[in-house]
Design a binder for this molecule. Structure first.
Ligand SMILES: Cc1cc2nc3c(=O)[nH]c(=O)nc-3n(C[C@H](O)[C@H](O)[C@H](O)COP(=O)(O)OP(=O)(O)OC[C@H]3O[C@@H](n4cnc5c(N)ncnc54)[C@H](O)[C@@H]3O)c2cc1C
Length: 455
């Protein structure tokens, strides 16, 4: 089969690339190959009853399938160049912001109308943070919520399915360069195309590495973010979350001068498992529908670890730490903040008496046996710093889930078109190492689609 464009991966990067290709040129023959299931077939078996923790499905429905890792995410589209990726370094700050705005408009017209856009512009909370040695980063955030995000994806699929060939449960194994373009291979089948867009996200990170090796595309990698997910009564953080929904706050620790930052804040949300290449870590999300909300807010506290020569395997380092928690807890570990600072493990009894009721069934344990001291000390310092702007954060009953790891895909060498050294082979989204968020990944998809149709 021959196509004009083949897209590997149907996460936000792949979806927005196909959307824009169709919009710019409806005559193009486009195929999308996705390792995971179609949207309506995606279901995580954890039901809190029969299946309480991750059973490591062959294709993780949280991470893979139409919608990618974003399908059951909180649907927070942060419109900013301050975090979420470095797309602006390739395409310029204005273009990056314009594209994120464009993606927002598409989301709104495909089911997201009525959702709220929050902004840090003009907020007095910035001063309050500053007075307490905390830095609030600038952003506007559209919160779709897991429920509306799903509806937007359903609508996008309905619009695209007759114009683009979707092949689900079809992991691409190899990409080969030919004289006229590329051949992608899956099982016994091969498909040819003139242009190929690779958008395989975090779940495709290992595969992406092998493709870069096979095609001799230079890469670099030296960062991993490690930390915990904090869960506390929503009311404690409500001053921040009511006004900003998500606040990205950075704290510089006194002891080591490391930066600790809040990440992925989910007011009235739930903590969830995340399975990356068989390793279970923690994440969170929340619903837009008030009836589906919990009484808790959760967010991650992360410390970035940058490594210098000769060490290259930053993801391997993060994986080893996550493996330790999986080894001790059979998955994710949960600990009361009061137990952590007293140097004792949490147990089922103390957890059942805890004021904050966990939204994820995790194993009570001791995070100090898992996280390196430097990282844990930074997290404890930040919790006390946050306690000053949101009193109650450092309560004994605050829950910490570990570990949360943000694996960064190695950065693939790309030019200003997000094109690799091989003409016609574009690498976008989180799989390229350039983006780490819904808005940046989606924007990168629109960008290459326009580059391809302009050419
Ligand atoms: C629980 C959770 C909550 C999150 N919440 C937010 C949030 O609120 N805001 C935010 O900005 N970000 C959030 N994120 C991150 C966000 O989902 C990602 O940044 C975004 O999805 C990246 O998009 P992508 O298209 O680059 O990759 P992905 O969404 O990861 O999609 C890549 C797709 O490629 C497929 N694939 C991989 N390898 C192959 C192969 N060899 N062949 C075929 N297909 C393949 C995968 O199955 C996957 O479906 C969250 C992530 C998780 C897991």
């Amino acid at each position: 089969m021959n196509y004009d464009v083949i897209i590997v991966g149907a996460g936000p990067g792949g979806i927005f690339a196909s959307y824009e290709l169709v919009k710019q040129n409806s005559n193009l023959k486009i195929a999308v190959f996705e390792a995971g299931h179609a949207l309506d077939k995606r279901k995580c078996p954890i039901d809190g009853d029969k299946v309480k923790s991750c059973i490591k499905c062959k294709s993780c429905s949280i991470m893979s399938g139409f919608g990618g890792a974003g399908a059951f995410s909180d649907g927070k589209y942060n419109l900013t160049n301050d975090f979420g990726g470095t797309l602006y370094e390739y395409i310029g700050k204005k273009e990056a912001m314009d594209l994120m705005q464009y993606v927002d408009e598409i989301n709104i017209t495909h089911g997201g109308e009525g959702t709220k856009m929050y902004s840090t512009a003009g907020t007095s909370l910035k001063k309050v943070c500053m007075q307490n040695k905390l830095k609030l980063l600038d952003a506007s955030v559209r919160h779709l919520g897991t429920d509306i995000n799903y509806i937007v994806l359903e609508n996008l699929y309905a619009e695209l399915k007759d114009k683009v060939e979707f092949h689900f449960d079809t992991p691409i194994e190899h990409i080969e360069k030919t004289d006229t373009g590329y051949i992608v291979k899956t099982g016994d089948s091969s498909f040819a195309c003139e242009k190929c867009i690779v958008s395989v996200g975090r779940s495709g990170s290992k595969w992406m590495e092998s493709v870069c090796k096979e095609l001799d595309i230079p890469t670099k990698s030296n960062r991993v973010d490690i930390g915990v997910r904090v869960e506390l009564p929503a009311v404690i953080f409500s001053d921040l979350t009511d006004e900003l929904y998500e606040s990205k706050i950075v704290y510089r620790t006194e002891k080591f001068e490391d930066n600790v930052r809040t990440f992925c804040m989910n007011p009235y949300g739930s903590v969830v498992n995340e399975n990356t290449n068989g390793i279970v870590t923690v994440n969170g999300h929340s619903f837009e529908n008030p009836e589906m909300r919990t009484d808790n807010t959760n967010f991650a506290l992360l410390v970035a670890k940058h490594f210098s020569e000769p060490f290259k395997d930053s993801n391997g380092y993060g994986e080893s730490i996550a493996r330790l928690s999986n080894m001790l807890g059979g998955g994710v570990i949960v600990q009361r903040f009061g137990d952590l600072v007293r140097g004792r493990r949490s147990n089922q009894k103390r957890l059942s008496e805890n004021m904050v009721v966990p939204t994820l069934a995790a194993t009570p344990g001791d995070l100090s046996l898992v996280l390196p001291k430097r990282i844990l000390d930074g997290i404890v310092e930040m919790i006390y710093a946050l306690d000053k702007i949101a009193p109650g954060t450092a309560n004994d009953d605050t829950l910490l889930y570990g570990v949360e790891v943000k694996f960064y895909n190695m950065e693939v060498e790309l030019d200003e078109n997000l094109e690799s050294k091989h003409k016609g082979l574009y690498i976008i989204g989180d799989g390229s190492g350039v983006t780490h968020s819904l808005s940046h990944a989606s924007a990168s998809g629109v960008y290459v689609a326009r580059k391809i149709t302009e050419a």
